[in-house]
Design a protein around this ligand. Structure first.
Ligand code: 6R9
Length: 713
């Protein structure tokens, strides 16, 4: 159990470089405001914004010396009772306000007054948070987006000719003379319409997010590693009429035919009327006259200033598709105020940003980490953000550290898989660069093993930096469980304690009961909603409730397992559902299985995740073939390649199985349920610990599978 396992792990005290900065002023918005339905304003200049709360440095500690984050108040939500009369929630958080513990004033944000708790969501009759009654909607007060403060763009080192006009500054004189922004300049896109985005990592991607937000369009960014078929499905699901893309992309020294993938996807999306193309490499690409337009030409036609659209707090800001336990990806919907509040607050407090800081999140803008920590979070705080193209090892494994040195990065945020890869390639890469500007190092996407944590601390942070292992999800919008630099001592491998206002609970997987106290392990859920919780699944609220709210009624279900150790620190144990996490990419076993089954020879398939030293997990696919399908059994390798290609084509290269294992039959119960547990155990080399096999319909398949796994290359 959690107890014995974690007892010996030392805690890491406060990082020296962070301590120095604690005295300096913070930056960023202290306020994101709303007007509640009584017409009361919470926002700039309003005294109600001030509430007493602990400062990061003098938070109360419990008897074990550990800071108790549940005593902090930052976000106080006003809730509706089921009868509709408003009352201020008296959660442990708000209680702390009156405890008199806390002398330091800090502003806190009020949420819209109709913001219900998870329980109340049910009593409202499955409407979901976003569907409140019109009369209760607050007046819009807050407009977005923030100004594009500063974006550093780290081009991949390339021998390509630099693109011609795309890098030239906008011709402002010409732009100023151009006509005012007209309906057609937006391609008819108005508030509430969706815009699909399929772009590489250039500053244009950031501009695209902000441009959509500015006119009230809902962006749906599709990671540019997805195949044309995945892109097509996502465009069709949210019915975009406009797509923004680039001619090509560059990654690890290779050119990727981005526009060609888009063209293939759009063959089946006649509803897309306009494609705006950013010139990245300048190579010739196919062109559909009337539909396709160059970014650098179109931007000259619009004036420099575009008035921001006024948004209500609950208006959708974006859709982001993510994988779950079923085949079809879900369009997770985030809102204007709640999501941005989460993004702003977490950058401010989890990363402790100060004026002049330079934030570098190395994720791709196509994932939630890129949305929140490349685009919205840093820019809401007015700190510089960094857009990094390419991979950590191209052209050399020094690339990250060159970027840190060159741009004097103060905050560096990446995934454990990258840390493990760079650790393997040796310390000389970090030693060759001045990394002394860095104060906070972040980790996200998967559990970080203590070896990788120590390497990050030792060789990148030089024992001077705070390491924040941040647990959160696409659906949570912003960081949920994390240490605070300068306030929480860390233990390598633990995401430590909840962020302000977050109430994680650990449930017994079978009974669903809350496991109170320390030294417990079970299913990770969250008790009350928080500002940046996803509000719904695009056009499928029932699926939202089924996936997140119904598995353990009264709680938000995360799909992760977790333990709380003897100090109350949380350790994420990985997914407990059919989601595989490869290099921090979320893949659904059902989605990969659906891709494989499209192959003419495949009868049945079962996909599992297997531990991998580098990527965390890797994909193995067990496949049975149709009896009528003929192939050369001495050349299973060719068939395996064909099947891998099939997955690359249907989902994208990052989802390709590492191993395809062709078996005569899958292990099934008598009722026909596939027993993945057996394949997992055999693949992990634990074929001798299969446990109870009495429910198997045909126990002989086990030996056949063992033999195939043992001989598969
Ligand atoms: C932000 C992001 C979410 C899943 C999540 C969990 C895993 C994320 C983690 C972590 C352990 C951490 N995960 N952060 N596991 N420690 N610090 O990655 O979102 O792509 O939706 O993935 O990633 O399993 O459930 P998303």
């Amino acid at each position: 159990m959690a107890d014995s396992q974690h007892q010996s792990i030392p805690t890491h005290p406060i990082a020296p470089r962070v301590k120095e900065h604690q005295k300096k002023p913070h930056v960023g918005p202290d306020i994101l405001g709303y007007r509640d339905h009584h017409g009361k304003t919470f926002g700039e200049g309003s005294n109600e914004w001030w509430a007493p709360i602990v400062s990061p440095t003098d938070r109360p500690r419990d008897s074990t010396g550990i800071v108790r984050s549940r005593l902090f108040v930052l976000v106080a939500s006003r809730m509706e009772t089921s009868s509709g009369s408003p009352k201020v929630a008296s959660t442990p958080h708000t209680t702390a306000l009156t405890d008199g513990l806390i002398p330091t004033p800090i502003r806190f944000a009020f949420l819209p007054s109709y913001y219900p708790s998870v329980d109340q969501r049910f009593s409202f009759g499955d409407h979901g948070v976003g569907q409140c009654r019109q009369s209760q909607r607050p007046e819009p007060l807050y407009t977005i987006p923030p100004p594009l403060h500063s974006t550093t763009f780290c081009h991949e080192i390339t021998n390509f000719n630099r693109p011609q006009s795309s890098t030239k500054p906008m011709n402002r004189a010409k732009a100023a003379k151009s006509p005012p922004l007209s309906f057609s300049a937006n391609y008819g896109i108005k508030k509430g319409d969706t815009v699909s985005v399929y772009m590489p990592m250039t500053w244009h991607a950031v501009a695209t997010f902000l441009a959509c937000a500015r006119i009230g369009a809902i962006h749906s960014v599709v990671f540019a590693g997805f195949s044309s078929e995945s892109l097509r499905d996502r465009i069709k699901d949210c019915k975009s009429r406009v797509l923004i893309t680039s001619d090509e992309s560059r990654r690890g020294g290779k050119a990727i035919a981005t526009k060609a993938i888009v063209d293939a996807a759009l063959k089946e999306c006649p509803e897309v009327e306009h494609v705006l193309v950013q010139r990245r490499t300048g190579n010739t690409v196919a062109w559909t006259e009337g539909r396709d337009k160059w970014w650098h030409e179109e931007t000259l036609k619009v004036p420099n200033y575009c008035p921001p659209e006024v948004m209500s707090s609950e208006d959708p800001l974006f859709i982001l598709y993510t994988s779950g336990s079923t085949g079809k990806p879900k369009g997770v919907v985030h809102t204007t105020a709640g999501y941005l509040l989460g993004a702003a607050l977490t950058v401010k407090y989890v990363f402790d940003v100060h004026p002049e800081d330079k934030f570098a999140c190395m994720a791709d803008v196509g994932w939630i980490t890129g949305h929140t920590y490349i685009v919205y979070g840093p820019l809401l705080n007015g700190v510089t953000t960094t857009v990094f193209e390419s991979t950590p090892v191209y052209p050399t494994p020094s690339r990250y550290w060159q970027v840190v040195e060159k741009h004097q990065i103060t905050h560096f945020y990446t995934a454990p898989t990258a840390i493990r890869l760079l650790r393997r390639l040796g310390e000389h890469h970090t030693q060759a660069h001045d990394l002394s500007t860095v104060r906070v190092l972040g980790s996200v996407g998967e559990p970080i093993n203590p070896e990788a944590w120590d390497w990050y601390n030792e060789h990148v942070g030089k024992r001077q930096c705070a390491i924040v292992d941040t647990w959160w999800q696409t659906e949570t919008g912003s960081i949920m469980i994390t240490p605070f630099p300068g306030a929480i001592e860390t233990k390598p491998g633990s995401a430590t304690v909840p962020f302000f206002g977050i109430e994680p609970v650990i449930l017994d997987p079978v009974s669903g009961e809350v496991l109170e106290g320390n030294s417990v392990e079970g299913i990770l859920c969250i008790r009350n909603p928080w500002p940046s919780i996803a509000r719904t699944v695009w056009k499928d609220n029932n699926r939202y409730l089924d996936t997140y709210m119904r598995p353990y009624p009264g709680f938000f279900y995360t799909g992760d397992g977790a333990a709380r150790d003897e100090h109350g620190y949380i350790w994420i144990k990985g997914r407990v559902d059919d989601v595989i996490n490869v290099s921090g990419h979320r893949l659904s076993t059902a989605e990969i299985e659906s891709a494989l089954i499209l192959h003419r020879g495949v009868a049945e398939t079962a996909v599992i995740g297997v531990s991998d030293d580098l990527t965390g997990q890797t994909v193995y696919a067990f496949v049975t073939l149709k009896p009528e399908f003929t192939y050369n059994p001495n050349d299973e390798g060719s068939l395996a390649k064909e099947l891998i290609l099939q997955v690359r084509k249907v989902i994208g290269p990052f989802a390709a199985p590492k191993k395809i294992i062709i078996v005569p039959d899958l292990p099934k119960t008598r009722s026909g349920k596939i027993m993945r547990r057996i394949m997992r155990k055999i693949s992990a080399g634990e074929g001798d610990q299969l446990g109870d096999l009495s429910t198997l319909a045909d126990p002989s398949v086990v030996d056949a599978i063992k033999a195939k796994v043992a001989t598969s290359p």
